[in-house]
Design a protein around this ligand. Structure first.
Ligand code: ADP
Ligand code: ASP
Ligand code: MG
Length: 402
């Protein structure tokens, strides 16, 4: 069975015109003899609007009810898209996440897909129907609707592509591929023909929200060929796959993440076990920590500073404050005015001087670095948020990525 999975993001199904455009793409694939499974996101800013509506009635709504609400956005798109295709005279059916057999764990608002039962989808494909699936949602063991975290429709698409052994998973969006930096920030960013899973995973984990990082993780795990392309222009996009040989290019892209908070625990006792205590408290709350910095101990105390996702910051600060005396610390401080700017590239490990060049770019434009973290294929710096766009542009220029 020649199956393709096509995913259309929010801006690609935002209104009647765009729905018709997406429908045209879909029936073209169908007419070429393929079995087509489509995943849709909520229209335009629907998810943000729903979040706002919830806030007006209950700023601390339970995650279960939030998922109930947010999942409706995708259900509007899936039915409208199916109707659009019906009007063109093609056989089509739309399915919610649970109808499509998508089971998740029970973590509302950031569930992970555990299993895809493809029986229903295969049956629909067998009857020659185009299948439209609501992205971003599934069902848990309590038969409750769950959602997969912001940008989660990408992950729905990859999960279906993996389960259905699709030839390719096409991600249709408002840019025509993956660029060396967000083209909305860097005007002369260059489109990449292809990029490796590892590089894409770093880019998306470090703030390039063009793909949800879990979708890349899953594509890598199940060897799903992913292509990011424009829903408006018929031109080749960027293919994400195992790249045989890294091109000369040492750095593939620059990205930033403004969605982080810097937390500091001030004047902790400088004795063994304190870092262990802090990070196990946070792990118990399921909070992922990113860049960590410990100051050199002086006068019997030290500071430990780290970054967390914006969504986890309030919990992290609360837990640490509750345990201040157990940690033997003076206070917990935090700031939201930070941004993490990163360069990513698989060729980096074997090329000295990448870090120096990155720091030179920042020094040229007078941007101060607060923290640094490196791995085999990325270097990240923490800077003031007001400087983040400038930093991305300066680094992009310095590495001649255009
Ligand atoms: P969709 O609604 O289709 O899921 P998203 O808004 O989630 O679309 O993702 C597309 C956006 O990702 C683009 O509009 C672009 O601004 C942003 N983006 C960030 N980094 C990059 C990058 N390196 N290459 C391409 N797009 C990027
Ligand atoms: N509608 C959801 C969001 O805005 C999921 C998605 O678009 O992928 O995050
Ligand atoms: Mg998206």
């Amino acid at each position: 069975m020649d199956i393709v999975v096509q995913k259309f993001g929010g801006s690609s199904v935002a209104d009647a015109e765009k729905l018709k455009n997406a429908a045209k793409r879909i029936v073209d694939a169908y007419d070429s003899g393929k079995f087509v499974v489509v995943v849709v996101s909520a229209q335009g800013d629907t998810t943000d609007e729903l979040l706002e509506k919830a806030k007006q009635v209950n700023p601390a709504a339970s995650k279960r009810e939030m998922d109930m609400l947010l999942s409706t956005g995708e259900q509007i798109s899936m039915s409208l898209l199916a109707m659009t295709i019906e009007a063109m005279g093609y056989p089509v059916v739309s399915l919610t996440g649970w109808q499509a057999g998508i089971s998740t764990n029970s973590k509302y608002s950031c569930s992970r897909i555990k299993k895809v039962d493809t029986e229903r989808i295969l049956r629909e494909l067998d009857s020659k129907r185009i299948v439209i699936v609501a992205g971003f949602q599934g069902i848990n063991k309590f038969d409750d609707i769950t959602t997969l975290g912001r940008g989660g429709s990408d992950t729905t698409a990859v999960a279906l592509a993996a389960a259905l052994h699709a030839q390719v998973c096409e991600i249709y969006t408002d840019v025509d591929g993956i660029y060396t930096a967000d083209p909305r920030i860097v005007e002369n960013a260059k489109k990449l023909k292809n990029i490796s899973y590892d590089e894409m995973l770093e880019l998306s984990s470090l703030g390039a929200n063009v793909l949800q990082n879990r979708s890349v993780e899953m594509a890598l795990k199940y060897n799903v060929k992913l292509e990011v392309k424009s829903s408006f222009e018929k031109i080749p996009g960027t293919v994400i796959k195992e790249v045989e040989k890294v091109e000369k290019m040492i750095v593939r892209g620059v990205t930033k993440d403004d969605n982080i908070v810097l937390v500091s625990i001030v004047n902790i006792e400088n004795t063994p076990g304190k870092a262990f205590k802090i990070f196990s408290l946070l792990a118990r709350e399921n909070i992922n920590i990113d860049v960590i910095l410990q100051s050199v101990g002086r006068g019997g105390t030290k500071d430990i500073t780290f970054t967390v996702d914006f969504d986890n910051a309030a919990t992290a600060v609360r837990v640490l404050k509750e345990n201040l005396s157990a940690l033997g610390a003076d206070s917990v401080e935090y700031t939201e005015n930070v941004s993490k700017v990163s360069v990513v590239g698989a060729g980096m490990a074997s090329n000295p001087g990448v870090a120096a060049l990155m720091f030179e770019a920042l020094s040229d434009v007078g941007i101060n670095i607060n923290m640094i973290s490196t791995s085999e294929i990325k270097i990240s710096v923490l800077i003031d948020q007001k400087d983040s766009k400038n930093a991305v542009r300066a680094i992009h220029d310095k590495f001649n990525l255009a």
